[in-house]
Design a protein around this ligand. Structure first.
Ligand SMILES: [Fe+2]
Length: 195
């Protein structure tokens, strides 16, 4: 049954996160789990494709692990990007694993050139681009900076796992043209309607 697949995944991530504090080691454990869930589309529901028009993407939270437990407060969600929409460069301040589910979205990794000593300033240059779609898994270290855009003519959908609840972290958003760093806006999210 579709629901139990996601529940089993959550249990597997909880076990993978427990006892590993190094983000890279945790990511190594979470990648194969995420790839396996993303490889089976039976758990994907139409509600995952509902987009917040103002934001340009829709986030459905599948699981928020409580802080302080063995799972360390990890987060599982889907994000659906509207055609032609995206999100500015930002960091996560925790590890992340993203797997493509449907359609294609362009992930841009940015390299930070300054030392971060001047508050509000940041010099970024594009490093690499990855097209995230079915079969593609992308990982993030806590300080990595990336942006996303959907340049196709249909929505894209991806599965996201983060080491902490992003809504509770003070993250940064960047404007590479202006050379600025500012607090990352809080995203609009909604819980999955059924478990
Ligand atoms: Fe992100």
């Amino acid at each position: 049954m579709a629901t139990s697949m996601v529940d089993r995944f959550i249990d597997e991530v909880r076990a993978a996160v427990a006892g590993a504090s190094d983000p890279a080691a945790v990511v190594d454990r979470v990648v194969p789990l995420t790839r396996a869930l993303a490889g089976d589309r039976s758990w994907i529901r139409p509600e995952f494709y509902e987009i917040d028009a103002d934001q340009g993407f829709g986030i459905v939270v599948l699981h928020e692990e409580p802080d302080g437990g063995p799972g360390g407060g990890f987060l599982v969600e889907t994000i659906c990007w509207a055609p032609g929409r995206g999100v500015a460069p930002h960091d996560h301040r925790t590890w992340g694993v993203v797997a493509g589910l449907d359609g294609h979205e362009i992930n841009v990794d940015w390299r930070r050139l300054d030392d971060g000593r001047v508050a509000g300033r940041a010099e970024l240059e594009k490093a690499t681009e990855t097209v995230v779609g079915p079969g593609v898994v992308k990982t993030f270290a806590p300080a990595d900076i990336h942006s996303v855009r959907n340049e196709s003519d249909r929505p894209s959908l991806s599965l996201h796992v983060y080491g902490s609840n992003l809504a509770k972290l003070d993250r940064s958003e960047f404007n590479p043209l202006a050379g600025t760093e500012a607090p990352c806006p809080k995203r609009t999210k909604r819980p999955a309607t059924a478990k």
